[in-house]
Design a protein around this ligand. Structure first.
Ligand code: COA
Length: 213
């Protein structure tokens, strides 16, 4: 039966749909891609899995109100809560929901930030939302651009994503400029898009398609 249908010369439109479906079905195998935690390398950085032993280093920036000003979580005050969060993000990877890398300086192995795909939605499309944060001491040195460039390349090439999104606070100019430098498009404004830190927050939605990167 399959042989028969492959003998039919498909119309251009049909063959495009077929190509899309083949690509899309390849995307489905999260298990094969995420059998083990992927490590990514850039000229100055390693993107690697974090563990409980990194809790103190994470506290340096997850406990900094300047870093968490526009994030959907409050600054951490207790190491135990950071340890639980590390477990939580690593379990999300095990369950194939998302991935969060620690960003480590090659020169001294210091953990200076985190970044990742908060979601991986393969139902009727293939897309993901990203998140990131960096120790304040290391801002404006190109580290997050370097990390995200590598991470997004991995997303399009290995995860075969079609679309990557980011939600940003309208006052977070640094993050918006960073996304624009990565060729994201500001697509709109989502009013009262989420509730955290005791209030509703309006966010801007940024999107990047594979063909635009
Ligand atoms: C947003 C953040 C990740 C940027 O990291 P970074 O390593 O300092 O960014 P980079 O140095 O790679 O900057 C890349 C580009 O982004 C822009 N940019 C970054 N920070 C900026 C700032 N504070 N003001 C204006 N532009 C900024 C610049 O265009 C820069 O390119 P350039 O240096 O060639 O001009 C960092 O400020 C941070 O951790 N902020 C707190 C957490 C946060 O807001 N996370 C995002 C939630 S959506």
């Amino acid at each position: 039966m399959w042989k028969q249908s492959s003998e039919i010369k498909p119309s251009t439109q049909y063959s495009q749909t077929l190509k899309y479906n083949i690509r899309f079905e390849q995307n489905m195998d999260k298990n094969a891609l995420w059998k083990s935690f992927p490590e990514l390398e850039t000229p100055r950085l390693w993107l690697k899995k974090m563990s409980r032993k990194h809790a103190n280093e994470l506290m340096e920036f997850w406990g900094d109100d300047e870093v968490t000003r526009y994030t959907d979580f409050n600054s951490f005050r207790e190491i135990q809560k950071i340890e639980k969060t590390i477990n939580w993000v690593n379990n999300r990877f095990k369950d194939k929901y998302g991935i969060r890398w620690g960003i480590f300086l090659k020169e001294n192995s210091k953990l200076i930030g985190t970044c990742g795909f908060n979601s991986w939605i393969t139902d009727r499309g293939n897309k993901s939302e990203i998140g990131y944060d960096l120790h304040r001491k290391y801002w404006r040195k190109g580290y997050m651009f370097e990390s995200l460039y590598k991470m997004i390349t991995y997303g399009f090439q290995e995860m075969k994503l079609h679309r990557i999104e980011a939600d940003v606070d309208p006052n977070n100019m640094g993050s918006q400029k960073l996304l624009e430098k990565l060729h994201f498009t500001k697509e709109g404004c989502l009013r009262d898009n989420g509730y955290w830190k005791g209030q509703y927050w309006t966010t801007l939605i940024y999107g990047l398609l594979e063909k635009e990167f």
